[in-house]
Design a binder for this molecule. Structure first.
Ligand code: AGV
Ligand code: CA
Length: 312
């Protein structure tokens, strides 16, 4: 039986590759996609998502819903531009106009609808902020019962997160920082949560080595798509900078298709809702339980996503 999955993403390179990979997984039934304008601009991220489903979705009828959510702390503009570059790739623009439909409902309501209509519990994959899920739970708390689990790319318990912004102390991860209150709201639910935090995503930086492997195989259209997308963002070369790219969301997505790539342990934690540490997740006995993904087999991970991408 196929696993029912709903994806909510925020239009970054690894968000859009996550969508592409979910479409390649044989035992996954993708019910719908929501796009939130956090680490992207909404319009190109919506177009790119619909074009990826057209090109790589094997004829599946999947709707893409636009979010009306707004965050507390905006992402840097340079990063938000990435969706424009993916949307403009020739491989996604061979066959216009776009066939995949934009949903009539906004993303949080589309999420509620898809969960309610599913005859089996739905696995949620969130690779951006949690705002649409928090709003969905506010509107229809009963959907919780038809959620298998949530896999979320977010948070960290390391001393250093990945937010480098004025008025912040650097301890948070960006998806949590964009809307810390949404994290708090989701934490109040009873949904089982897998937290793909920086502990594990730090182990999968983009490197020149990996890029070159994809380049060598670019005759395969799926590998070429990977290579073209990851040509837009900076790899780790000499040392890590604020813009160094990791395969954050792709690791999150890969755990859905192949759970033995990673190690998990249960921790209790809370989130800082405001102040200089806002968005920081912190271990605390009184906090809520989550499954922290803290380690990944890097070789196996890249092997898995590369073989998934090959078009036969
Ligand atoms: O914090 C990681 C999240 C992931 O969902 N995003 C990017 C991934 O899609 C924000 C982010 C942190 N550092 C970044 C980010 C960077 N250097 N470039 C672009 N986005
Ligand atoms: Ca993302």
């Amino acid at each position: 039986m196929k696993k029912k999955v709903y994806l909510n993403h925020d239009g970054g390179v690894d968000d859009l590759i996550s969508l592409f990979l979910l479409l390649q997984m044989e035992d996954i039934d993708l019910l719908g996609v929501g796009v939130i304008p956090a680490d992207c601009y909404l319009e190109p991220a919506m177009y790119a998502s619909r074009k990826i489903i057209d090109r790589f979705g094997n004829g599946d009828k999947i709707e893409v819903a636009a979010s009306t959510s707004r965050g507390k702390n905006p992402f840097p503009k340079d990063w938000r531009m990435h969706a424009f570059f993916v949307d403009a790739l020739p491989i996604l623009n061979e066959n216009l106009p776009i066939s995949t439909k934009e949903a009539e409902l906004p993303a949080h309501k589309h999420l509620v609808q898809q969960i309610q209509q599913s005859n089996e519990p739905v696995t949620l994959v969130f690779v951006g902020p949690l705002t649409d899920l928090a709003r969905a739970l506010e509107e229809a708390p009963e959907i919780e019962e038809n959620i298998e689990k949530l896999a979320w790319m977010g948070g960290t318990f390391l001393d250093v997160g990945n937010v480098e912004e004025p008025e912040h102390d650097g301890s948070a991860e960006w998806n949590a920082f964009w809307d810390p209150e949404a994290v708090q709201k989701v934490w109040e639910s009873n949904i089982e949560i897998d937290l793909i935090a920086l502990e594990s995503t730090n182990m999968v930086p983009l490197t020149v080595d990996v890029r070159n492997q994809w380049a060598a195989e670019r005759k395969d259209i799926g590998i070429d798509f990977l290579g073209q997308c990851y040509a837009m963002v900076p790899p780790l070369v000499h040392f890590q900078t604020n813009s160094t790219y990791f395969l954050w969301d792709v690791l999150t997505t890969a755990t859905i298709g192949k759970s033995d790539l990673v190690k998990k342990k249960q921790v209790n934690c809370t989130v800082h809702p405001q102040g200089a540490s806002q968005g920081k997740t912190e271990i605390s006995e009184e906090g809520r339980a989550v499954n922290l993904v803290y380690e990944v087999d890097r070789e196996q991970f890249f092997g898995y996503i590369t073989s998934l991408s090959r078009q036969h």
